[in-house]
Design a binder for this molecule. Structure first.
Ligand code: B12
Ligand code: SF4
Length: 476
């Protein structure tokens, strides 16, 4: 069977005017996972529109088209699906957006899939071979035990800065209102891990040193994380991951992660307004000392990528300057800002919709860069302008210097400038590397920057000069 698997891109990712680095980071792991279930004699190809131009007419007609749809790429996903179906090709479509709105997706596909695919996909493949497919498959049995190996051979590694992305768990133990998680995992377990040995074996298969764990919450199961980190010690890896503020503050786990090679962490601070946290049921952040989180990471030698969401109901027009100022004063290396976006299927969407505050359903604008609802504490244009200003302000040279100056040692200051500036100030260089298919050549730079972090401790000097930022126990 000829199978074509497509990760369609949102328009922005393919635009010559926009910076494509964000979209050239990670390969399509979900599709490569599903490809593992296909028999070896199937002719399989994965197309990722974020990194390559795709014209369906230029391809040999497949027997089966598999499409993964995110909310922002839903429109393009439907366009491609319609094109193939008009030519009699069977279209299977799944992913986060399909799970949120299966009826909408079903108008464009022969079979739609809700939830993770590990249980439904093999059932579908058997049904397809006996020509008895169902219009909808809904995942219920959730496990990562005994999965076939991910078909990484189908990934064009040279097109990605971070070809070694990996997920060793699914979901998260928490239930934040704005998050996709509860909608996607409805009807079954919403947090589960691989067996530690399987995860270590997958890590072993990855070439080079660098890894990026895409798990929502790698530290979410303490026993699993502890065993995983113990198994990774001595492997010589340097890696990045995401974590929550409460687990960073826990004694011990962070240190174990650092010993295993953790060098940079994406932290969901979300908001500096304590009232927002309660409103969004982000309970694991409530009452936490954010300054202590940054301090702890820095003392452990872990670089911080802080994530913030603007536009929650307790945010006023001052939230942008306050957030940027706090992040800069903490010496945070990189920050990611988002405009609050109610994804269909989430508790947040239901609440905002019931209040009549959803402005439209143009899903391609649900990209956390556009205001798609009526905010409470400011106007939509204040929210939009403030969001763009926050990015500009955080990455101004003046603020990069201020952030770097919080570091006690000259070498740390230089590294702060190089790393933070590298992302935002050299977009043209990234652009050239990506468009010429050379982006993988930048990986050693990233590895070198990450390697120079880690295994530092305040007792050995380098006491930083940042303040606690006033973000103490929800006091702002
Ligand atoms: C890596 C990542 C990215 C990467 C690359 C994505 C990629 N190459 O796959 C980049 C940086 C490009 C990215 C960009 C964005 N992302 Co993103 N990203 C992720 C992240 C962290 C991991 C994705 C992943 O690899 N998961 C692991 C694999 C194994 O799971 P999976 O891809 O979901 O695949 C499984 C199932 O979905 C299912 N499945 C999927 N397709 C199909 C098809 C069939 C037929 C079947 C049977 C099953 C099936 O089976 C697979 C195996 O279980 C997720 C968070 C998350 N935990 O998923 C956010 C996430 C997907 N991103 C999100 C968003 C909002 C964005 C952006 C809009 C952000 C922005 N402001 O720009 C952009 C736009 C993306 C786009 N193109 O439209 C949201 C999506 C919300 C939604 N409802 O769609 C998420 C959930 C983050 C969040 N918590 O809000 N992202
Ligand atoms: S902690 Fe993060 S991944 Fe978990 S539910 Fe909250 S936002 Fe989602």
């Amino acid at each position: 069977m000829r199978v074509l698997m497509i990760l369609p891109a949102l328009t922005e990712a393919t635009s010559p005017l926009f910076r494509p680095i964000k979209y050239s980071l990670f390969p399509p792991l979900g599709l490569a996972t599903l490809a593992g279930y296909l028999p070896p004699d199937d002719d399989v190809r994965i197309v990722d529109e974020h990194v390559e131009r795709f014209d369906p007419a230029a391809f040999e007609m497949p027997d089966l088209v598999v499409i993964q749809a995110y909310i922002t790429s839903a429109r393009r996903s439907y366009e491609l699906a319609d094109w193939y179906r008009a030519r009699g090709v069977f279209v299977a479509m799944g992913g986060l957006h399909v799970t949120s709105l299966p009826d909408e997706a079903a108008r464009h596909a022969d079979s739609v899939f809700c939830g993770p695919g590990e249980d439904t996909w093999p059932v579908f493949l058997a049904d397809l071979r006996r020509r008895a497919t169902l219009p909808r498959y809904t995942s219920k049995q959730r496990t990562l035990e005994g999965l076939p190996p991910i078909r990484r051979d189908l990934i064009q590694r040279h097109r990605y800065l971070v070809p070694n992305s990996i997920v060793v768990s699914r979901g998260c133990p928490h239930h934040c209102d704005f998050c996709y998680k509860d909608a996607f995992f409805e009807g079954g377990k919403s947090f589960y891990t691989q067996a530690v040995d399987d995860a270590l074996a997958e890590i072993d298969r990855l070439p080079g040193r660098h890894l990026y764990f895409l798990d929502d919450h790698l530290f979410g199961n303490k026993r699993f994380a502890t065993e995983l980190f113990a198994g990774m010690r001595g492997m010589g890896r340097v890696w990045q991951a995401a974590g929550t503020v409460d687990t960073i503050l826990q004694p011990d786990l962070l240190e174990r992660a650092v010993d295993a090679g953790l060098r940079s962490m994406f932290v969901g601070f979300e908001t500096i307004n304590a009232d927002n946290l309660a409103e969004q049921r982000k309970r694991q952040n409530v009452g936490r000392d954010y300054g202590a989180v940054v301090r702890r990471l820095r003392e452990a030698g872990v670089m911080v990528n802080a994530s913030f969401v603007f536009g929650m109901d307790s945010d006023g027009p001052d939230v942008f300057d306050r957030t940027v100022d706090w992040a800069v004063r903490q010496g945070i290396e990189t920050a990611t800002f988002h405009i609050m976006t109610p994804y269909p299927g989430t508790a947040l969407f239901r609440r905002i919709a019931s209040e009549g505050r959803i402005k439209h359903h143009q899903w391609e604008l649900y990209d956390t860069r556009h205001v798609v609802y009526e905010p409470r504490g400011m106007t939509a244009s204040q929210l939009s302008e403030g969001y763009w200003r926050a990015y500009k302000d955080f990455y101004r040279w003046r603020n990069l210097w201020r952030g770097a100056a919080t570091k006690g040692v000259l070498g740390d200051r230089v590294r702060h400038l190089a790393y933070a500036g590298g992302w935002k100030k050299f977009e043209r260089v990234w652009d050239v590397l990506i468009r010429s298919g050379q982006v993988l050549h930048a990986l050693p730079l990233l590895e070198a920057a990450l390697s120079s972090f880690g295994s530092r401790h305040p007792a050995r000097g380098s006491r930083p000069s940042y303040d606690s930022g006033g973000l103490v126990k929800g006091a702002v």
